[in-house]
Design a protein. Structure first.
Length: 265
């Protein structure tokens, strides 16, 4: 079975242009990775839309990620100058919903023919949420992407939780109360345990690989469970401590225990 993919750095991409954009939701919002709720919005769904991404240099192969979109199908395209000569990269792609979080997102590995500009082409269609605009919350290109070593296992249980931390309850005299959501997207927390094999001590390449990726809890990470589901990838921040131990009966392993990740919303 394929192992999990992770990245802690990203290509320095910029949003070059968009067919249309709403004043409060410009194209630039999708590349900063601070929150998908900032987002780009089109001003029409009746006409095709294209958001153009400047990848900074010509590319041949890269991983790309879209978060919190509201369209069911799109194409990736490439161009040498960002305005003309667009050609499709593969075929039309469909966007699936994260059944737990209720968010539409997609991760892809794409092959380009040494072009610098990537187009996200959204054909006219009915938005999935009934809105009168198309939306992209976040676009990013994690690089380099690390697939955890084959002797590094993600242990069960794998947990996903939706805390109510973004809901404030106000109580009033007479017993009346109201609940208010702080934002549109509900928080999501993912947790699982990591264990590396063939470690007689807390040392070695596999331990270092995980520690390098997870020791800094301030950075944004890209996490792909790599289980054949295009929606099961997330931008996350590690929450809490990173701890490793060696203990019986799992002699020869470094057990990192449960690692907690907060999905960026």
């Amino acid at each position: 079975m394929a192992n999990r993919k992770m990245a802690k750095t990203f290509l320095p991409v910029t949003a070059l242009s968009a067919t249309t954009e709403a004043g409060s939701f410009p194209k630039e919002n999708i590349t900063d990775r601070t929150s998908p709720q900032r987002a780009w919005r089109s001003t029409s769904v009746a006409a095709d839309q294209r958001v153009v991404i400047d990848l900074g240099a010509v590319q041949t192969a890269l991983t790309v990620y879209l978060d919190w979109v509201n369209f069911g199908s799109f194409k990736y395209q490439e161009s040498a100058d960002g305005s003309t000569g667009w050609s499709d990269i593969g075929t039309t792609r469909t966007v699936a919903k994260d059944p737990m979080h209720g968010v539409y997102r997609r991760a892809d590995d794409i092959t380009m023919s040494s072009k610098r500009y990537l187009g996200i082409f959204i054909p006219a269609q009915a938005p999935l949420d009934g809105a009168d605009y198309f939306r992209i919350g976040t676009f990013c290109a994690p690089s380099p992407v690390v697939e955890l070593d084959a002797e590094t296992t993600v242990e069960y249980p794998f947990d996903a939780a939706l805390p109510d931390s973004y809901i404030v309850e106000n109580r009033f005299p007479g017993g009346r109360a109201e609940k208010i959501k702080l934002g549109v997207l509900q928080p999501m927390v993912i947790s699982f345990a990591l264990k590396t094999g063939a470690m007689q001590n807390i040392k070695g390449a596999r331990v270092e690989e995980i520690a390098d990726m997870l020791r800094d809890g301030t950075g944004t990470l890209w996490l792909d469970f790599n289980l054949g589901e295009t929606w099961q990838a997330y931008l996350v921040k590690k929450s809490g401590e990173l701890r490793a131990s060696v203990s019986t009966p799992a002699v020869g392993t470094a057990d990192f225990g449960t690692v907690l990740f907060e999905v960026v919303v």
